[in-house]
Write a protein that binds this ligand. Sequence first.
Ligand code: OFO
Length: 169
Amino acid sequence: MLAQKMQDALNAQVLMEAESSQIYLAMASWAEIQPGIDNVTEFFYRHSDEERAHMLKLIHFINERGGFAMIPALSQPSPTYPSIHHAFKELLNHEIKVSESINNLVDIALQEKDYATHNFLQWYVAEQIEEEALARIMNDKLEMIGDDKSGLYLFDRDILNVNVVGGGE
Ligand code: OFO
């Protein structure tokens, strides 16, 4: 059985994963109407789906442990971005916040001596390391590319081979 404090914190994480999915969906829709970045668009759509999978994994865990996963209302994400680099900067900043939130959940699990939840959360800890690293690499590349259109062409081509990490399985 989940302690109330643990359940509330996990439900807050459900919201965070749902908002991640929504933010990346907004990035995907914006990218889709920009010329020549079809693969970046696809990357954001896939990333949005992955975040939904992270949310579902939490929902099932909360309910299976005798709690109740609340499906939250979502706030509207930014619908447009000044540039692709701005979108990827926001993605990195968002992932850093998610990592902090996961670390906070791990702290609570330890305080509550809830070792099952602690064990469950290790998947998210590993996932965040990969997601942050990937976001940093992309931001470094975009920093180098600047306004160079051929650089952006190659960035879009190469992102085809990037696996969005962690589908929640
Ligand atoms: Fe759920 O991993 Fe990104 O936010």
